[in-house]
Design a protein around this ligand. Structure first.
Ligand code: PSV
Ligand code: MN
Ligand code: MN
Length: 427
């Protein structure tokens, strides 16, 4: 299944006059506030969000998995699915692989498939949170932090192998998320676990190519429920600082204790120049991996307010950070879900770009709390959907990606091609 440009153009033609009216109204509204809407549209066009290979199938919970039809059965089909997303929204131009869920056979043929769909390979992820068939040592009691050096070595070697796969594909970063920790008090020695992990990470760091980065992801709990070795941004930052300049902290929105002020964490990491990027998702309770913006869109906006400010302060373009979605669940079509997530990210970004920074700083300097809140909420309460649609249209994508996905019956086409009962590899 491939979406042709003429199908996108036809779809856009049918929506164009309505879209233009809405866009003109938004431009006028922004213009009255001295904001150049076209500059925001340009910034949106440049913002690319990577798609994780494991979000393309219906997700599971530990209670069960209700597979949808037409899910990708191979790495090639996963790349094709991301190609469909990118054709529709032009904002999902890369795929992130998880090894060994995805094993690229012939790097050249997978690269040529990806580039025919205008895709590149984002960070590669290692997996030492599950045992694989024929694996000698078990990760039941940890991997990089394990008390047994043989297990640590196996986990280090796996990460080095993942770097090799990534090198062949043109990736430039390794993402590490460890489930290491303990389920009960007394089970592990916090300090030894940290030090073993640091030694292991140092070996992996030494194997990084010069132009690579390692992203260190933290998570408060799960699957370990008493302690996690890299439990929060502070621990992650500490590891990164000890490792060196090629290590940065990766923030996954679902990996915090309830009510954590994530926007403040982001501001601090950016101040220190140690933010790698994001795993976007949303949650009500824990690492729920729900659609971005579905539960707490205001928090997402506040995070983007900090991201925009941090990027400006550092003089860094948005494409120098790693933006990715890390979400999947049981009840929606995974491709529609990803389109919704990308749209939510771009909406929050557009709103954050609208914030009048000068006025905000002035209000802050005068302790005008009411005005400061108003400035933020004025942006948050502006309907910027026409700007996001325009950025996709200008880039060659669809004005209404989900609408077109449905009009073209993409899911039933995929079911015809791949079968009704398919289960994508991954969690
Ligand atoms: C763990 O919860 C996580 O967020 C990590 O990024 C993993 O790599 C990914 O989900 C898949 O399990
Ligand atoms: Mn994650
Ligand atoms: Mn997670």
């Amino acid at each position: 299944m491939k979406i042709e440009q003429y199908q996108i153009d036809q779809h856009n033609d049918s929506l164009l006059s309505r879209h233009n009216n809405q866009l003109a109204y938004t431009e006028e509204q922004l213009g009255e506030q001295g904001i150049n809407a076209q500059e925001i549209v340009k910034a949106l066009e440049a913002f690319q969000v990577a798609i994780p290979s494991w979000a393309l199938g219906t997700g599971g919970t530990r209670f069960g998995r209700f597979s949808g039809g037409g899910e990708p059965r191979s790495l090639e089909e996963k790349v094709e699915d991301v190609g469909l997303l990118h054709a529709l929204n032009r904002s999902s131009g890369s795929i992130s692989l998880h090894i060994p869920w995805d094993i690229p056979g012939q790097a050249e043929s997978i690269i040529s498939l990806a580039s025919s769909l205008n895709l590149t390979f984002d960070a590669v992820n290692s997996n030492t949170f599950q045992d694989q068939k024929n694996q000698e040592e078990s990760y039941k009691f940890g991997s990089l932090s394990h008390v047994d050096p043989k297990v640590r070595k196996q986990a280090v070697d796996h990460n080095i192998e993942v770097i090799k796969y990534g090198k062949d594909l043109g990736s430039k970063a390794l993402s590490i998320w460890l489930s290491d920790g303990s389920c009960f008090p007394g089970q592990s020695n916090f300090v030894k676990s940290f030090q073993y992990t640091l030694e292991s990470l140092q070996e992996i760091y030494a194997a990084l190519p010069d132009d690579w980065k390692v992203y260190v992801e933290y998570k408060a709990y799960e699957p370990n429920f008493y302690s996690t070795v890299i439990q929060d941004w502070g621990s992650s930052l500490l590891f990164c600082q000890k490792l060196g300049p090629k290590a940065d902290v990766l923030v996954d929105l679902g990996h915090h204790l309830p009510n954590a002020n994530i926007e403040q964490i982001v501001a601090t990491l950016m101040m220190e120049g140690r933010l790698a990027g994001f795993h976007f998702n949303d949650s009500k309770y824990g690492d729920d991996d729900l659609t971005v913006g579905s539960i707490r869109p205001y928090m997402l906006f506040l995070i983007f307010v900090e991201l925009v400010e941090g990027m400006k302060r550092a003089g860094r373009a948005s494409d120098t950070y790693a933006w990715m979605i890390d979400a999947s669940h049981n009840v929606k079509d995974p491709l529609e879900d990803l389109l919704q997530s990308v749209e939510a990210i771009l909406l929050a970004y557009a709103q954050a770009l609208m914030v009048d920074r000068k006025k905000l700083e002035l209000a802050r300097s005068q302790n005008d709390v009411v005005l400061a809140q108003q400035i933020l909420q004025n942006a948050f309460r502006t309907d910027v959907r026409p700007l996001v649609r325009e950025s996709m249209r200008l880039a060659g994508g669809a004005i209404d990606p989900i609408g077109l996905f449905r009009n073209l019956n993409v899911r039933s086409e995929l079911m015809n091609e791949r079968g009704r009962v398919t289960v994508a590899t991954g969690l």
